[in-house]
Write a protein that binds this ligand. Structure first.
Ligand code: FPP
Length: 246
């Protein structure tokens, strides 16, 4: 029996301990490139390949939804050539991997305001979302032009409009509020790569009871083994949700 087969058996056995929802801040592309004397865009290109590796591994490891911070509402402040490359990356990524994502039954979704992107970027993302919409495996959610404060603000505005127009009662609960967000689920595990110890306006509501892991590994170097290490660490944590250990 090959090692990878053995590893997969391990995850099938341990699946009950796998986090359902995992969010990742894919940090360190720029530093990874700089260390190699390459332009920052080379780090993003390698980072996009890492998305494929990690999505396939996440599915094998029993994760149900993987949310990746691909472009924040603050990333527009970067130099024009870098922003322009980041806008092209979804096209390059899906050209290369959409068939494999289909074969693996992976569903692509996104969280954020797509409208601000060039039409070509919007089209490519919408196409991937539509193509994979019936898939029932891992949900691969790209947080793109996403910011958590903006997400909450938009949700509150939408709710207030619905109340003002008589569409709903003024009876909001935490559970109901979650449904207005781009990402309605609570996050079980949040990983940030490349050593920075910040949340950076990511899923502030949804991370309320998430386990947090900050790894020094740069995103382009993050792989199956790095993900497995994070899941091992997650499995060793005692999650109490404000209560007492059972
Ligand atoms: C942070 O690293 C990374 C980003 C802002 C972009 C992340 C995007 C990808 C990995 C690819 C997206 C691909 C698709 C298909 C949507 P950084 O540039 O801030 O790194 P640094 O802190 O080392 O400078």
């Amino acid at each position: 029996m090959s090692k990878s087969k053995l590893d997969l058996d391990f995850f099938k056995k341990e699946v009950y301990m796998a986090p359902k929802t995992v969010a990742i801040i894919m940090d360190g592309n720029g530093r990874w490139a700089k260390q190699r004397g390459l332009p920052r865009t080379a780090g993003h290109k390698k980072g996009a390949d890492t998305i494929r590796t990690v999505a396939l591994a996440a599915q094998d490891m029993g994760i149900q939804k993987l949310i990746l911070y691909a472009f924040s509402t603050e990333n527009w402040k970067r130099p024009e050539d870098e922003v322009s490359y980041l806008c092209k990356l979804p096209g390059l990524f899906f050209n290369k991997f959409i068939n494999e994502l289909m074969e693996k039954n992976i569903q692509v979704t996104f969280a954020g305001e797509l409208e601000k992107f060039p039409k070509a970027t919007q089209d490519v993302i919408n196409k991937a979302v539509n193509m994979t919409s019936k898939n029932t495996g891992l949900e691969l959610c790209l947080a793109i032009n996403y910011g958590s404060r903006r997400e909450m603000l938009l949700s509150i505005k939408k709710y207030a409009d619905e109340v003002a127009s008589g569409k709903r009662e003024n009876d909001l609960t935490e559970e109901e509020f979650s449904k207005y967000l781009f990402v309605p689920e609570d996050i079980d595990l949040m990983i940030r790569t490349s050593g920075e110890l910040r949340i950076s306006n990511y899923l502030l509501w949804q991370l309320a009871y998430a386990e947090l892991i900050f790894t020094p590994v740069a995103w382009p170097d993050f792989d199956e083994k790095a993900l497995k290490d994070c899941l091992d660490e997650f499995a060793s944590r005692d999650r109490r949700f404000g209560g007492l250990t059972s």
